[in-house]
Write a protein that binds this ligand. Structure first.
Ligand code: GLN
Length: 283
């Protein structure tokens, strides 16, 4: 008789620990997914025995996780900010670091109506988080990948935020002419051929959402040079970047006419978000 109680299955974290730093959490999330129950259920009913269908679904997902597939691809969802986002392999899986960008954007801008653009929106994470906090803002998200735009629209509906508009566009290329108070982006910023791309969950994410040229800054340079045209006087550009790229990003922003440039750190204390403002009198 194979082990099939919740508490027995949770002991398999040791097996998973060979491939995941978050083995126990992974197991809990897989069990919650299979049982369609919140995490509290696992602790309230540790003696619950999975049905044979539930057990075979669990075994399938467990083996995929052992092969390295990200948990979010197996459960199809990921929490971001206060939202539940649907996840597909066509886009980057939202990271907790990116919540720092949302926090900074909210801090920077008050509640007055604003036009806001999220470039390379992927799942729609940043755009939807901002819209959920600022009902008065007009929030747009764009992505070059049609599947990402479809997914972002699904996520808008899933979170009752249909007022966020998602558009298929490679950065600014297909956007209708308009101006923004705030442009945010979590662009690709990893250097091509970074050895980390061969390890862990990122192996299952699209390279186009991760890498950006020999120094990882190609897209950040592009966004920084195009953004001034799309920003109103006093508007801000805010981008996520690698922990070692703060100084480079500040220089790139300065060379494109931005002022009041500053970098903020992520939860681990690493440079992660850099922002700058456009003042037309200073361009
Ligand atoms: N921070 C992510 C990682 O290290 C990369 C995200 C990105 O390229 N925008 O996996």
């Amino acid at each position: 008789m194979p082990a099939c109680r919740i508490d027995e299955l949770l002991t398999r974290a040791t097996e998973l620990a060979q491939v995941s730093d978050t083995a126990r959490l992974d197991l809990e999330l897989l069990l919650c997914h299979v049982l369609d129950k919140p995490r509290s259920y696992l602790f309230s009913y540790p003696e619950y025995e999975l049905t044979s269908d539930q057990l075979s679904q669990f075994e399938q997902l467990f083996h995929k996780r052992l092969e390295g597939h990200p948990i979010a691809h197996l459960t199809g969802v990921r929490e971001f900010w206060s939202l539940e986002l649907l996840i597909e392999p066509s886009t980057l899986i939202p990271r907790p670091d990116t919540e720092c960008l949302v926090e900074e954007a909210l801090e920077l801008c008050d509640h007055r109506p604003k036009q806001v653009l999220d470039l390379g929106t992927g799942t729609g994470a940043i755009a939807l988080a901002l819209a959920s906090e600022r009902p008065g803002w007009a929030v747009y998200g764009c992505d070059r990948v049609p599947d990402a735009v479809e997914l972002a629209k699904k996520n808008a509906a899933h979170n009752n935020l249909e007022r966020v508009q998602f558009i298929e566009s490679s950065w600014f290329q297909q956007l209708p002419e308009q101006s923004f108070d705030l442009i945010v982006s979590n662009p690709p910023y990893i250097i091509d051929n970074d050895p980390h791309l061969q390890q862990g969950d990122v192996r299952f994410e699209p390279l186009s959402a991760l890498t950006s040229g020999a120094d990882g800054l190609d897209d950040i340079r592009h966004i920084s040079s195009e953004s001034p045209h799309w920003l109103r006087d006093g508007g801000w550009l805010m981008m996520e970047h690698g922990y070692h790229q703060g100084e480079d990003v500040r220089e790139i922003l300065a060379s494109n006419g931005f002022t009041s440039i500053r970098t903020v750190q992520d939860l681990a204390g690493h440079d992660r978000i850099t922002m700058g403002q456009i003042r037309s009198s200073e361009i």
